[in-house]
Design a protein around this ligand. Structure first.
Ligand code: C2E
Ligand code: CA
Ligand code: CA
Length: 430
């Protein structure tokens, strides 16, 4: 993927959010248009953002903008397969540009999900605040130039702001269609499992010591016949609404293990499990049975759980994980550093790996405090006999630092994107 990471254009970024400047985004947009890329755009504005500054103070306002930028970036990285650019527009506005080949309906769905994510509570030192985002959506027409795209978005945003009931508006004036209703998507999902629309892709993991391939994490995708490819985040959100998470998880685990059976024996497979999965009474037994049925050896499996499991019944979670680890399955604590980072709980769960969230890796180059936090976490993990996996490694500098700070493994776009089972197999055999 080619996308605009702030590190790439150090001198040209916005001080509050770390995003590339509007000017550099406009240049990149012009390059895309010149080579005939299909451009989709979303301009995001916030109603009454100035009252946030008044009520909470300017520092809180800046912190909120920083959080919006982070959510925007993470959303784009997770949901968009092609190149994208996120930047600050005028005032408190943000702009997302994508070169994704997708349907109008798919872009609208992605924008709606992003606005939902931005509307979620934002904790700041001055208190928790909520923003009410508005979106102007656009599909570039043939031969349209960058100025025209930005103008059309700006005008659409002005009128969207003026009508309180409208959260999104298309720049070409077309009414926001209801899209596929939530109920329809839930029904689609039920069919999707049998129709073979769920795909497992594998993201390679490497040893920090010698850069050798050590295994892969299985990640889910939904190839929806009408909407195109739907990412894991949206897929699980739909499954959760429909109460289909357990079926979906089993389906993915089976597909992933079937695919991994042909791998060389020294490679491990990591599977994500949700707190929901783990909370089921007999999860450990059912999961072990599934691995036996699939004929995939337990000792080559890692289950990734997030700290969210701690919000439920910690005793139950730790017993279930204990039973799995007694059968040789290893457990990784995923996204560490993104949530509350409660060290005290680490010793309650039978863990083998600590997987650092990519936000921890993002800052380590150039921010001494981020580096100090990373050092502290690695030291603590080592003391607890856990191996550390660095996630979201996008640059050589980040990889070198993760290795020299004592991480055991890494995963990230620097070496490999998530890939099809066939591609992973040729990498593994290569
Ligand atoms: P996660 O477990 O933290 O998975 C890593 C996510 O980070 C993946 O996104 C991956 O594509 C992305 N990523 C990997 N390397 C980089 C990098 O260098 N830079 C950036 N910016 N991103 C990177 P994906 O596949 O969209 O998955 C998002 C989340 O959805 C996962 O986060 C996981 O929580 C959940 N998920 C995905 N597949 C499954 C699944 O089969 N079951 C369950 N329960 N959850 C899943
Ligand atoms: Ca994971
Ligand atoms: Ca993770």
């Amino acid at each position: 993927m080619e996308f605009m990471h702030p590190d790439a254009i150090e001198a040209d970024r916005d001080a509050v959010t770390g995003l590339p400047s509007l000017e550099s985004a406009r240049r990149r947009l012009a390059e895309w248009l010149a080579r005939g890329a299909r451009v989709h755009a979303l301009l995001i504005g916030f109603r009454r953002f100035d009252t946030v500054n008044l009520a909470y103070g300017e520092a809180a306002g800046d912190a909120a903008l920083g959080e919006v930028a982070a959510r925007l970036r993470h959303f784009a990285a997770d949901e968009l397969d092609s190149a994208w650019i996120a930047t600050r527009g005028r005032g408190g506005q943000f702009l997302l540009l994508s070169s994704e080949e997708c349907s109008r309906e798919r872009w609208q769905l992605a924008c709606a999900q992003l606005l939902d994510a931005l509307a979620g509570a934002i904790p700041t030192a001055a208190g928790t605040l909520r923003l009410s985002p508005r979106g102007a959506l656009l599909r570039a027409v043939p031969d349209e130039d960058a100025d025209s795209i930005l103008d059309r978005l700006g005008h659409t945003m002005e009128s969207a702001m003026a009508s309180p009931g409208r959260r999104m508006a298309w720049a070409d004036g077309e009414a926001i269609s209801a899209g596929r209703s939530a109920a329809q998507l839930e029904a689609d999902l039920l069919r999707a499992l049998d129709a073979g629309e769920i795909e497992v892709v594998y993201q390679p993991q490497f040893s920090c010591l010698d850069d050798r391939l050590s295994g892969a994490e299985a990640l889910a995708r939904w190839n929806h016949p009408k909407l195109g490819r739907i990412g894991a985040g949206a897929l699980f959100a739909i499954a959760e609404r429909a109460d289909h998470v357990p079926q979906l998880s089993r389906h993915i685990a089976r597909l992933a293990m079937d695919g991994a059976k042909a791998w060389p024996m020294d490679l491990r497979l990591s599977l994500n499990i949700t707190p929901n999965d783990l909370a089921a009474d007999n999860f450990a037994e059912e999961f072990s049975m599934l691995s036996v049925q699939c004929g995939f050896p337990a000792w080559r499996l890692t289950l990734e759980v997030t700290e969210q499991v701690l919000l439920g019944d910690v005793g139950h979670a730790s017993r279930a994980l204990g039973a799995l680890s007694a059968r040789g399955i290893r457990i990784a604590l995923d996204d560490f550093g993104a949530g509350f980072c409660n060290f005290r709980y680490l010793k309650l769960l039978p863990l083998h790996y600590l997987k650092l969230d990519r936000s921890m890796i993002e800052g380590v180059i150039g921010d001494a405090r981020d580096l100090a936090v990373l050092r502290g976490i690695v030291a603590m993990a080592t003391a607890l006999d856990l191996k550390v996996i660095a996630e979201g490694v996008e640059s050589e500098g980040q990889r070198a630092l993760a290795a020299s700070e004592g991480c055991a493994f890494y995963q990230g776009f620097l070496r490999a994107q998530p890939m099809s089972g066939a591609d992973f197999l040729s990498l593994a055999r290569g």
